[in-house]
Design a protein around this ligand. Sequence first.
Ligand SMILES: NC(=O)c1ccc[n+]([C@@H]2O[C@H](COP(=O)([O-])OP(=O)(O)OC[C@H]3O[C@@H](n4cnc5c(N)ncnc54)[C@H](OP(=O)(O)O)[C@@H]3O)[C@@H](O)[C@H]2O)c1
Length: 277
Amino acid sequence: MWGLKLTTGASIVIKVCLAGATGWAGSELACSMARTQDLQLVAAVSRKHASRRLGDILGEPHLDCSIYGSAAEALANPCDVFVEYTKPEIAKTNILTALERGAHVVVGTSGLTDGDYEDIDSVARKQHRGVLACGNFALTAVLLQRFAEVAARFIPQWEIIDYAQDDKLDAPSGTVRELAARLSKVRHPEPTVPVDRCEGPREARGATVSASQIHSIRLPGYVISAEIIFGAPDQRLTIRHDSGSSARPYVDGALLAIRKVSTLAGLHRGLDSVLDI
Ligand SMILES: NC(=O)c1ccc[n+]([C@@H]2O[C@H](COP(=O)([O-])OP(=O)(O)OC[C@H]3O[C@@H](n4cnc5c(N)ncnc54)[C@H](OP(=O)(O)O)[C@@H]3O)[C@@H](O)[C@H]2O)c1
C-alpha cells in the first residue's frame, strides 16, 4: 500500500501522477503544483509529448518528471494521488487502473456517467481508496451546487441551463451533471406537466439527467456557465456561475482535492465533500 511519504524535515509530501498535464486545465495545475512544498509531480500523461520532460514542454524548470503516453505506463512510478484531467473516453479506464495500483484519485474530467461512477465507487471501496470527482473545481460553481441543494428542499420545480463554447464535444457538462446528481438526492423535481406528456418534439424539453431537465447551449463566446432556475407560483430564483477564459479558477480547488482525497473512502462527488460549508 502506498502511504504519504515523509521528507527529512518531517513535512508530508504527496506524490502525484497527472494525466492531461499538457492540456488547458492540467498544465495550469502542473505549474501551480511546482510552486508548492507539499505536492510532488512524479509522472505526467500526454500522448503527443510522451518521453519528454514536463518542465521543457510547459516552460517550468521545477517540473522534473517524465511524460508517458498512457496512464498505465505513468503509474509504474509509485504515487499517492492520480489526477484525471484528460477526456471522457479514456477517463474511466485511467481511474480504474490507478485504483488497482493503489492510488487515491481526483477526477476533473467531465462527461462520465452516473453508471461510470457507480463502477468507480465499487472498485474504490474494494481497494479502500478515495475518489473525489469534481465537475467544476471553481469556488463559485461549488457554492452554486450547495445553494441549489438548499433551494431544492423548499422549491420542487427547477430546470438547469448549461452554457459552453461551441467546440465542447460533451453535453451536458460535468458541472451540471454533478449538480443534477446531487439534487436528485435532495428530491426529484415535480413538473406540472411531466415531460413524457408534453406535446411537440421531446427534445424541446431538454435531456432528463438524474431526474432534472438540462438544456445545453454550445455557442462561441461562452466558456463555462451553469444556471439553475427554480420556479414557484409568481416567484423565481436564479443561481448562476460564470467562469472566464483562463484555467486559473480551477487550480485552488484541484490542489485542495489532491491534499484531501486520501481522507476519503469510495466515491465522493463535489469539492464540498472536503470543504466546511
Ligand atoms: N473539473 C473542472 O473544474 C474542470 C475544469 C476544466 C476542464 N475540465 C475538464 O477536464 C478535461 C480536460 O479539459 P482540457 O480543456 O484541459 O482539455 P485539453 O486541453 O484538450 O487537454 C487534454 C489533455 O489530456 C491529454 N489526453 C487526451 N486524451 C488522452 C488519451 N486518450 N490518453 C492520454 N492523454 C490524453 C492531452 O494530451 P495528448 O493529446 O497529448 O494526449 C492533454 O494533455 C475535460 O473533460 C474538461 O471538460 C474540468
